[in-house]
Design a protein around this ligand. Structure first.
Ligand code: ZN
Length: 220
């Protein structure tokens, strides 16, 4: 099979959805905010990744860019928007959600740290090519309660429970839509639980949404 250069999301019935913008939420789990020496922010901390950040999670081979020496894993639940949300919609977003996946918000921690010190943007540290592997999607009629995890070389590094999010799926969608307008193919990465850490060449990763899916990738 020929690998697509710019692949699409795949929803729960196999339909393809062209990838839009990633809206990523920082510090949505208090224990992770603390491990980074930060507080949960008063309004959501949002940063962006471009569409080419996406790569299908399953069997992905991921590379650390040569302008960094420290690439961290952050496992997160992804929400993918299936249809443009009407401009003035402020509630009842469920019909516009294509599904949920397990994702990595790969982060060049050394580059991000320098940006924080200099007050610069996070685009390089967070938005580089293939910085957002996302699994196939599972769908739910209402906002789900999910538990999820990431293992590296068979050892559990991060465990998440969406009940511990500071802001719910619905409030994240409402906030992002009110500011940016959410469209078909856009994806919200909902924040990472504690336990982030570095990845090395040869690592094998398994990300799981308990009861729904498990997917694997490797670091080259
Ligand atoms: Zn993140």
């Amino acid at each position: 099979m020929i690998q697509q250069e710019y692949p699409t999301f795949i929803d729960s019935v196999g339909h393809e959805i062209a990838v839009g913008t990633f809206y990523c939420i920082g510090r949505n789990y208090a224990a992770h905010a603390r491990e980074m020496g930060a507080e949960v922010p008063k309004s959501p901390l949002v940063f962006l990744k471009p569409p080419a950040a996406f790569i299908p999670f399953e069997n992905a081979v991921l590379h650390r860019p040569n302008f960094s020496s420290e690439m961290h894993h952050e496992v997160e639940i992804a929400i993918v928007i299936g249809n443009d949300i009407p401009l003035h919609c402020t509630t009842d977003f469920e019909p516009y959600i294509a599904g949920y996946g397990i994702a990595l918000d790969l982060t060049l921690r050394d580059v991000q740290q320098k940006a924080k010190e200099q007050g610069g943007p996070w685009a390089l540290s967070k938005g580089f090519r293939h910085s957002a592997p996302v699994s196939k999607l599972v769908s739910f009629d209402t906002y789900p309660h999910l538990t999820f995890s990431l293992s590296v070389n068979g050892e559990v590094r991060q465990k998440g429970d969406t009940a511990l999010m500071e802001r719910s799926f619905e409030s994240l969608i409402a906030y992002c839509h009110s500011v940016f307008s959410l469209r078909e193919g856009d994806c919200i990465l909902t924040g990472t639980p504690e336990g982030v850490g570095p990845l090395y060449a040869g690592d094998t990763l398994t990300a799981t949404i308990d009861g729904y899916l498990s997917t694997h990738c490797t670091i080259a």
